[in-house]
Design a binder for this molecule. Structure first.
Ligand code: MOS
Length: 740
């Protein structure tokens, strides 16, 4: 790994250690449920044991008899709650199924909540709540009787206009070489280590909620709607988040129940949902299916591409990731046809999970690209080079695109030129060796964002914004931007995030935080510097450092300058900022603007498959990534490494198993929900490829939090094929799939 401090010429920021590192390792950092509220009562959820039907009756007498129980909440005494509209753009509700019944839409739906003086009493009482159901036979997933299919473009605004160009059917039919294949990805759950917690305290009509959140302004607006109060009476506090990955981005029904209970009982209430409850009271990544068709010339020029996606969702909500929007952009295919179908089942509504929408769709695309390369007897990197273009099939231009540079740098480091294309031709003792590669891509999102920056005369700086550091490094990069702009050391900068009392930032999703907030910080700092050193008032550089700073403060006769700044990305309507204040984020980028804005990467993987046991290992992975300006090479590297590890997880480990008879998750715990451990991960190499792109935003930042795990699963699958000659088209790949 290159640990040398990069020069500014590389467009790479310094590898500063995390500003929040000390607080986190010493336990000083307070997460949602760590906040002390005065004399809290404790809540415990009761969840449905059926997936479809109705509650006939609830008998809470035994539960209420447990000493210390204050109240048992059910659908019968929570009717006063309003509905928060379901929305998939961030800031809405995770699902429209927000009541405790009587109708049951999915297994594990919240049907009751016991509140007691102690956690133990609430837990015991919850086990004594008797719910009588009238159960119906549920439909679990693809292929289950009773599921209904719907055209996503008719059901969801998100999928309204999917990319189409030319006559792909005809182009594929006429092509010399054709590929047609189907792929599948399983249900996955985020499983953040920090559980889903909610702590609520009312002071008169003022409500404070401590809850891990990716979007405190969204939470604030939603809970206000839920309770029928004004959002200026609500404060949401979430300075640290112990993992989220999309699961804490939207309003979930539990928050409404806890806030309501605290009001009714006139006492702070704390809920820490259990690990297994987290599998059903929050969102998840739904299973997907893909039909991909390619037509190409003998020289590898792709003439037509068709991608049909199928996604599971709940009965009422048209949740879709519709990743054809992005898979259709990766190469210039000559012609493109895309379609997405929603398949409604008796399940909770899915939601964002790390690197939506691309993860399942790019797995399918990049697996099919490998199959096409095999059929063409062409090197898979060359196939990608052949179809690399600064314009996509619909004629849209890229703002910048360093894909082939990523392939060159990662391939060189990996030693790709020594690869044997014929499956099974590389081995080491009892192990078959296989090499594979795939493209990583993630839309560059930039959001409307506001910050407050305060510079003291002694050079200390404070930055406040309601953005979130989900473990990504946001505290640090926001601080770095302020330090750089104002010319002060990073140690002089204090960054405060995750409180709805600060100026609003977008939902911490879609990898937009660094780009959005850093641009706002730049604006605020520019305003401060303009005050300190107005043009013509001083000679020398306008850096705010040393004598300039001192002289400026002296001239102004103040001890501090505080500036509030708003950043609106290109394409934002003027009302975007006002809407953000009321919980509606505006995000631009990806394929939505005048040019295609994406971060890209190339990943190379070595797998080893044991000749007899078929055990699969991933000893080596090299990824090269280009994402515009890199604010901090250390946190960037860490994000990309984490992403690739998650990619290995998707490829070989992760799946939430569904009992199809009951539409119920089976492995709803961290013992049975497989993820890689240290022993599963060996050499991980991250190359940061310099890239300049001022089109995406003035700071030139693309964001990379979700880039690393895109493409990894395909690269692993392609390497498994190279090792064994067996093409597995359903994730995760398990050794039983390789028992030829
Ligand atoms: Mo991230 S899954 O876009 O919150």
């Amino acid at each position: 790994m290159n640990r040398a401090a990069p020069t500014p010429l590389d467009n790479m920021g310094r590898p500063e250690p995390r500003l929040d590192g000390r607080a986190k390792v010493t336990g000083e950092a307070r997460y949602g449920s760590d906040f002390g509220v005065n004399d809290p009562a404790y809540a415990f959820l009761v969840t449905s044991v059926i997936a479809k039907g109705r509650i006939n009756s609830i008998d809470a007498r035994a539960a209420k008899g447990v000493p210390g129980v204050l109240e048992v909440f059910t659908y019968e005494n929570t009717r006063g709650l309003q509905k928060v509209p379901f929305s998939t753009g961030g800031g809405g509700a995770t699902q429209s199924m927000q009541d405790m019944g009587p109708e049951i839409f999915h297994d594990g739906q919240i049907v009751g909540m016991v509140v007691a003086d102690t956690y133990e009493a609430a837990q015991e009482a919850a086990s004594l709540v008797k719910v009588e159901y009238q159960a119906e036979k549920p439909s679990a997933t693809f292929g289950s009787a009773g599921v209904t299919e719907e055209d996503a473009s008719k059901a969801s605004e998100r999928a309204k206009e999917l990319p189409q160009a030319g006559d792909a059917d005809a182009a594929i039919a006429a092509a010399a070489v054709k590929i047609e294949a189907e792929y599948g990805t399983p249900t996955e759950h985020h499983n953040p280590i920090e559980l889903f917690t909610t702590t609520v305290e009312w002071r008169g009509d003022e409500l404070t909620i401590y809850e891990p959140s990716q979007f405190v302004y969204g939470q604030k607006a939603s809970i206000a709607k839920k309770l029928g109060i004004s959002d200026d009476k609500v404060r949401i506090v979430s300075p640290y988040v112990g993992g989220a990955f999309g699961s804490k981005a939207q309003f979930s029904p539990r928050t409404g129940f806890v806030a309501y209970a605290a009001k009714v009982l006139n006492r702070p209430v704390k809920l820490v949902a259990t690990r297994d409850q987290g599998f059903t009271i929050q969102t998840y990544r739904a299973e997907t299916r893909h039909k991909i068709r390619f037509g190409a010339d003998l020289d590898g020029t792709i003439k037509g591409f068709s991608h049909e996606g199928f996604e599971i969702t709940s009965r009422p909500d048209p949740y879709t990731v519709a990743g054809v929007e992005d898979s259709a952009r990766v190469y210039n295919y000559g012609t493109v046809k895309t379609h997405v179908s929603l398949v409604h089942a008796d399940r909770g509504t899915p939601g964002f999970m790390r690197s939506p929408p691309v993860v399942p769709y790019i797995y399918a695309l990049e697996s099919a690209m490998d199959e096409l390369a095999v059929k063409l007897e062409m090197d898979p990197v060359e196939l990608r080079r052949k179809n690399d273009s600064m314009t996509d099939t619909t004629g849209k231009e890229w703002s910048s695109r360093s894909l082939m540079t990523c392939y060159e740098q990662a391939g060189e480091k990996f030693g790709w030129s020594k690869r044997e294309a014929k499956p099974g031709s590389m081995s080491d003792g009892d192990w078959l060796v296989g090499w594979g590669c795939a493209t990583a891509i993630y839309p560059t999102h930039v959001g409307a964002s506001a910050v407050r920056v305060r510079l003291e005369a002694d050079g200390r700086v404070r930055v406040q914004t309601a953005a979130h550091d989900l473990g990504t490094g946001a505290y640090t990069v926001i601080g770095q931007m302020a330090a750089e702009q104002l010319g002060v050391p990073l140690s002089h900068v204090q960054v405060e995030l995750g409180d709805s009392r600060f100026p609003p930032a977008p939902v911490a999703g879609g990898s937009n935080t660094t780009a959005s907030t850093c641009n706002a910080v730049m604006k605020a700092c520019e305003a401060i510097l303009a005050k300190l050193a107005p043009p013509n008032a001083m000679t020398g550089s306008n850096t705010g450092t040393g004598r300039n700073l001192e002289a400026g403060f002296k001239r102004l006769g103040v001890g501090a300058i505080e500036e509030y700044a708003e950043y609106l990305p290109t394409g934002a309507k003027p009302e975007a900022m006002a809407q953000l204040y009321h919980g509606k984020p505006f995000l631009s980028g990806g394929s939505r603007g005048k040019k295609l804005m994406y971060a890209l990467g190339a990943e190379f993987v070595e797998v080893r498959v044991h000749k007899l046991t078929r055990e699969i290992r991933v000893p080596r992975i090299v990824g090269a990534f280009a994402a515009g300006r890199i604010m901090n090479t250390r946190t960037a590297r860490s994000q990309l490494m984490g992403g690739m590890i998650w990619g290995i997880s998707s490829a070989l480990h992760e799946a939430t198993e569904i009992d199809k008879r009951n539409a119920r998750y089976v492995n709803d715990n961290l013992a049975d929900y497989l993820i890689p451990v240290n022993a599963d991960i060996r050499d991980l190499d991250v190359i940061l490829v310099p890239e300049r792109d001022k089109f995406v935003n003035p700071a030139g930042i693309k964001g990379l939090g979700e880039l690393g795990n895109v493409g990894t699963a395909a690269a692993v699958a392609n390497a498994v094929y190279n090792a064994t000659g067996i093409r597995v088209r359903q994730l995760p790949i398990r050794l039983e799939n390789l028992m030829a």
